[in-house]
Design a protein around this ligand. Structure first.
Ligand SMILES: Cc1ncc(C[n+]2csc(CCOP(=O)(O)OP(=O)(O)O)c2C)c(N)n1
Ligand SMILES: [Mg+2]
Length: 683
């Protein structure tokens, strides 16, 4: 083959992608074929990345937002010789993605799943696939670079973040929120590459899309560049240099490309997007590349070595120099602690304990603010954000130095995400991927607006804190649009996400401890707007029971109860109220506070049975939310007092009474259930 080594390498990326998709009989060949020269130019000549140390903290990040083009990334990981890192952060001698893995594209347990999965394939910086999520995550990564640069010095942290996006990413709403935020924050370390190929799955983009992308991004305050031909290495190189030289603005490079480049019959058509080219077309395409038509998974001599010579050599030098700087830095211990998701000694020493106050009480959001401040002051890399509800959701940091994160004070601790929940949740994933401990907040109903980011935090097992207040119809006057009903059930349905709805201030403190200690999964903290009593723990069990997800808060004296009341959050007070009344009537009841189902379900059977004895079938669950899911705790003999309709706009006491959420109503239901159970056992 008479092509120069760089052209040969680019064609290797293309043909590996073609062959892998062909063998799997599934996947997306066209975009890797088109963008191979873009990825190649970036990785080989610009990206500060060490394949021998793919977790070097100051590496530039490459995010493949167009996750369907995963074979592009897998080819790069293989050819660059990226090494695999194990779950203890140890770099192994194995490749992150071997040629064998490329051949096993999209097969069970391979390191080359259909879309790139963070934590599964080393070198994948974030999970992508849902369009728009990659670029939105890249904003959080760029924020993290700025924050660390300000705190530890720009000689230690100044990494750039590159994200490759297609038409789909830019059509998605989240791209608007995220680009607007990045422009406002002047993230000049952020570079999005837009694959302007005019094709999506349905066909030409003009079926649905005529945005003037250049004007759009200029309007956000971005630096907008154009590369008229994805195959022109010198134009690409100049654009990357211009990005690096730019200050005060993020950069968008609009790159004109041809999907399925080189395929005589499929180039520029939607059929190159998501299906194998087909045997005959593969031959014709390879011929067009000057490639042996029958060769498969061919890596010509010198191609792998070319990567070692370029990105490998440059990366090794940069990462070694960085490590030397780190060794001489006063921040080394803190940086290493962050990188391993550890916490400073005494991080929880200032968490308050709240005195009983059953009359005046305290909203759990208010308690949360005191706890959050006590922790954040000890954990400098904990950052608090909100989607324009900083005070309503009580996430304002109020200690010295807790200034806003913004240009001029990038080491700030408080981020104003603006009314951009989707961008906020997803930016938090980017922050967490770069080892900052992020929190963002909104009302529980609007968790729906952040859900795609929440889902990816769960899928990636990132310790992001999603904090939601105004957690029930108890929020009152704002009415049904703001009163969550199905959100708890839908969040609980998400794997790897623990949903915690503490009942009072002391349970909130325990929930926070759990949230901050998490290293490998996100948590949704669900808090009240309204005041709730602070229970007298000398009369009731300790709030430490929260650590097991659920616990017996109050019990019948001596022996098993006849009936069990189970509740979360603000409804625990109703269960306790009913319990006191019923005790006076000689009905033996137990109150179980169950703030976190997931955590409770992970306890051993012995513990779970001790809290919910299988022999006691008379059970009543109380939660101001969809009853869905409670069946598993109340069983066939039980009742669920929940919400099966939307709420009402009225003062909160009226709303609660309207829907039967009073201690008296609860007691009534419990009496019925207890009587029914007693009747059953005597017949
Ligand atoms: C949120 C979301 N919606 C829909 C899809 C399904 N999908 C995958 S790729 C694609 C078309 C993407 O077009 P474009 O970004 O232009 O990529 P290209 O075909 O040019 O590579 C769609 C609709 C998805 N992955 N994510
Ligand atoms: Mg496209």
């Amino acid at each position: 083959m008479s092509q120069d080594i760089d052209q040969l390498a680019i064609n290797t990326i293309r043909t590996l992608s073609i062959d892998a998709v062909e063998k799997a009989n599934s996947g997306h060949p066209g975009t890797p074929m088109a963008l191979a020269p873009v990825a190649y130019e970036l990785w080989q000549n610009h990206l500060r990345y060490d394949p021998a140390d793919p977790i070097w903290p100051n590496r530039d990040r490459f995010v493949l937002s167009a996750g369907h083009a995963s074979m592009l990334l897998y080819s790069m990981l293989f050819l660059a010789g990226v090494r695999k890192v194990d779950s203890d952060y140890k770099i192994t001698d194995e490749p992150a993605c071997s040629l064998h893995e490329v051949e096993e594209f999209r097969q069970l347990h391979s390191r080359t799943p259909g879309h790139p999965e963070y934590r599964w394939t080393t070198g994948v910086e974030t999970t992508t696939g849902p369009l728009g999520q990659g670029i939105a995550t890249s904003v959080g990564m760029a924020l993290a670079s700025k924050w660390q640069g300000e705190r530890f010095g720009a000689d230690l942290f100044d990494f750039d973040v590159y994200a490759l996006a297609g038409d789909g990413c830019l059509m998605e709403g989240v791209s608007h929120e995220s680009a607007s935020l990045a422009g406002h924050l002047k993230l000049d370390n952020l570079c999005w590459m837009y694959d302007n190929n005019h094709i999506t799955i349905d066909g030409a983009t003009d079926l649905a899309y005529d945005d003037d992308v250049l004007s759009r991004f200029e309007g956000y305050g971005w630096n907008v560049l154009r590369v008229g031909d994805a195959n022109d290495a010198s134009l690409l190189s100049r654009a990357f240099e211009e990005f690096k030289a730019e200050t005060g603005r993020p950069t968008l490079i609009v790159i004109d490309s041809h999907i399925g480049w080189g395929s005589p019959n499929k180039q520029d058509t939607e059929s190159a997007h998501g299906e194998p080219l087909g045997e005959e077309e593969v031959r014709l395409t390879k011929k067009a590349y000057g490639w042996p038509e029958d060769a498969q998974f061919l890596v010509p001599d010198g191609v792998r070595e070319r990567f070692d010579e370029k990105i490998g050599a440059r990366g090794a030098e940069l990462s070694a120099a960085w490590k030397q700087k780190l060794d001489g830095s006063a921040h080394k211990a803190e940086i290493e602690m962050m990188q391993h998701r550890e916490l400073p000694d005494g991080w929880d020493a200032a968490i308050p304990s709240f005195d009983a106050d059953e009359d005046k009480g305290l909203a759990t959001r208010k308690a949360s603010n005191k706890i959050q401040n006590a922790i954040a002051e000890q954990v400098p890399w904990m950052i608090s954000g909100s989607a324009d509800l900083t005070d309503s959701t009580s996430v304002r940091l109020n200690f010295d130095g807790a200034v806003n994160f913004e240009p001029g004070s990038f080491n700030g601790r408080q981020i104003h995400f603006g009314i951009r929940e989707h961008a906020a949740a997803t930016a938090c994933n980017g922050l967490s991927l770069c080892k900052i401990k992020p929190l963002w907040s909104t009302y529980l109903t609007f968790s729906d607006y952040g859900r795609p980011g929440i889902r990816l935090s769960a899928l990636m097992e990132l310790p992001v804190i999603h904090l939601f207040t105004h957690d029930s119809i108890g929020l009152g006057e704002d009415g049904p649009t703001h009163q969550p009903i199905e959100q708890l059930a839908s969040l609980r349905a998400m794997p790897h996400l623990d949903v915690m709805r503490p009942a009072d201030a002391n349970e909130t403190a325990e929930a926070w401890r759990i949230a901050v200690e998490r290293t490998h999964n996100p948590i949704a903290l669900v808090l009240t707007r309204q005041t709730v009593p602070i229970f007298d723990r000398s009369r009731y069990a300790s709030a430490q029971g929260v650590r097991k997800g659920g616990y017996v808060l109050a019990d019948a004296e001596g022996g098993d109860p006849d009936v069990i009341l189970i509740a979360t959050g603000s409804e625990v007070q109703l269960a306790l109220g009913a319990h006191e009344t019923l005790t006076g009537e000689g009905i033996r009841s137990r109150v179980v506070s169950l703030p976190c189902w997931e955590l409770f379900d992970r306890q051993d059977a012995e513990y779970r049975d001790s809290v919910l004895p299988p022999g006691v079938g008379a059970r009543v669950a109380i939660e101001e939310a969809s009853p869905q899911g409670w069946e598993r705790y109340v069983g066939p003999g039980g009742e669920i007092i929940g919400m099966t309709t939307f709420g009402q706009s009225a003062p909160f006491a009226d709303v609660e009474a309207e829907f039967g959420f009073t201690a008296d109503k609860v007691a009534e239901v419990v009496r019925e259930v207890a009587a029914r159970a007693a009747g059953n056992s005597t017949t």
